[in-house]
Design a protein around this ligand. Structure first.
Ligand code: GLC
Length: 435
């Protein structure tokens, strides 16, 4: 129960089993190709930004291909920016002209996308920006691109923010009633006041009323936590939490969202792309702490995934094909299992199997403290080859002489191959004995 007495109510069962989703950031900023915040970073006005609206024409857009790439990577849900801070809408909203159907492309992008992903068994989620830098009634705040433009600030004092709130409610209604079952809703975001400029939070967005509307339209939806009122999912961004996230002392459903390279929108010149190995370690680390990973792709203005993203997705998919058993339906291991250095445990409570992910291959032995008697069988997950085990204290032989190598009696030693198996992150599947 949270401080407001409203228990989060979304359907979290499928969500915590799925563990791995695709985020998609797509909009006019794909043409600028230098970050989805480019309008804010460069303090651009509606007029200066208009050139992208006039030229938005993703002629190579193939949602079936996108869905296939997500599915092959092992992703089980997706979340797409229906509208980002720039205000541009990817669907044919009746409440604005600032939408894809009025660009040279001329067609709705959203429905075919949701259809294609659902067709591959991937659940559909929507991102919606609370910020809106294009709307005629959205008032200036600390994040607004034109906050330093005195004439603009003066003139926008006439704005009636309640009209923007009507728009936010109206678009929410459209998105949640015209596109079938929506599994996830990601609002972004509440702003703290700073530098003498106002912010916007739950009073501004009318968050409590909005949540009622959302629950009424889609009772099972998983709602995130950025409306400044409790939601179903806590959403740390671009970092890995140290442990399972807690709110008011209780473990919560959480999802880390990450980029491949730093920017969410397509960024042509960015060179800080993460490797497949690092991305897999992030996925594993997340599940080991009881969370989900939402990994972002920023498609180009032609409507294709960045080739560097395709490379990472394929690399992750190759690993997932053999190792998804250590991800789907898994969570943090019970605390009694002490994880060795440079490793992560995930655990499947239904099968009572523990998965040991080895980030740094340790030569030929891996010692598990306090594990003696707890494991019935062990194998490498990639090829189901047995990993032989030695229980307890090392027996000293005459030849070895008398020395102590610090292996207490309760140690279980896994006898590994000297060479690291040829996979990004080797996983040892431990079949636990019933307690
Ligand atoms: C942030 C950024 C935004 C991005 C989002 C992803 O709040 O403003 O550009 O869409 O996080 O969750």
């Amino acid at each position: 129960m949270n401080q407001k007495g409203m228990e989060p109510v979304g359907d979290s069962k499928w969500f915590t089993e799925a563990r791995f989703g695709m985020y998609i950031h797509w909009g006019l900023y794909s043409l600028g190709a230098r970050h989805e915040w480019m309008r804010g970073r460069e303090f651009l006005s509606n007029e200066q930004y208009e050139k992208y609206f006039k030229r938005f024409d993703p002629d190579l857009y193939d949602p079936e291909l996108w869905a296939q790439l997500a599915s092959d990577a092992g992703m089980k849900y997706m979340v797409v920016t229906t509208k980002h801070h720039e205000g541009f809408c990817l669907w044919d909203s009746k409440l604005t002209d600032y939408k894809v159907t009025n660009t040279p492309y001329g067609k709705d992008l959203l429905r075919p996308m949701l259809d294609a992903f659902r067709g591959k068994g991937i659940r559909a989620g929507l991102y919606y920006s609370l910020l809106d830098w294009h709307h005629s009634q959205y008032t200036v705040d600390v994040k607004h691109p034109q906050r330093y433009d005195a004439a603009f600030v003066e003139q926008s004092k006439q704005r009636d923010f309640s009209k923007y709130v009507d728009y936010l409610f109206g678009q929410t209604r459209e998105l949640l009633s015209e596109f079938g079952d929506i599994d996830v809703l990601f609002y972004d975001f509440s702003i703290a006041a700073e530098e003498g400029f106002p912010g916007k939070g739950k009073e501004a967005w009318q968050s409590e009323k909005l949540v009622k509307l959302i629950r009424e339209l889609q009772p099972r939806i998983m709602l995130n936590d950025r409306l400044q009122v409790p939601g179903d999912i806590t959403t740390p961004e671009q970092y890995q939490p140290r442990e399972w996230i807690k709110v008011n002392g209780r473990r919560v459903v959480w999802e880390a969202c990450h980029t491949f390279s730093g920017s969410w929108g397509y960024y042509r010149d960015e060179e800080s792309w993460k490797s497949v190995d690092m991305l897999l370690q992030m996925l594993i680390d997340t599940v080991a702490k009881g969370g989900n990973l939402l990994l972002n792709v920023g498609p180009t203005g032609r409507g294709e995934f960045d080739e560097r993203a395709v490379d990472r997705l394929k690399g992750m998919g190759g690993w997932m094909r053999r190792h998804s058993r250590s991800i789907y339906g898994c969570t943090a291991a019970p605390e009694a299992f002490e994880c060795p250095p440079d490793c992560r445990f995930t655990y499947n409570p239904d099968t009572n199997r523990l998965y040991l992910h080895v980030f740094a291959w340790p030569f030929k032995q891996l010692h598990l403290s306090n594990f003696s008697g707890r494991v019935e069988y062990a194998q490498l997950l990639n090829d189901a080859s047995e990993i032989r085990m030695v229980e307890g204290e090392k027996k000293l032989t005459m030849e070895a002489g008398a020395f102590d190598e610090g292996r207490p009696a309760n140690t279980l030693t896994l006898q590994l191959p000297v060479k690291k198996p040829n996979v990004a992150v080797p996983v040892i599947e431990l079949f636990l004995r019933d307690q």
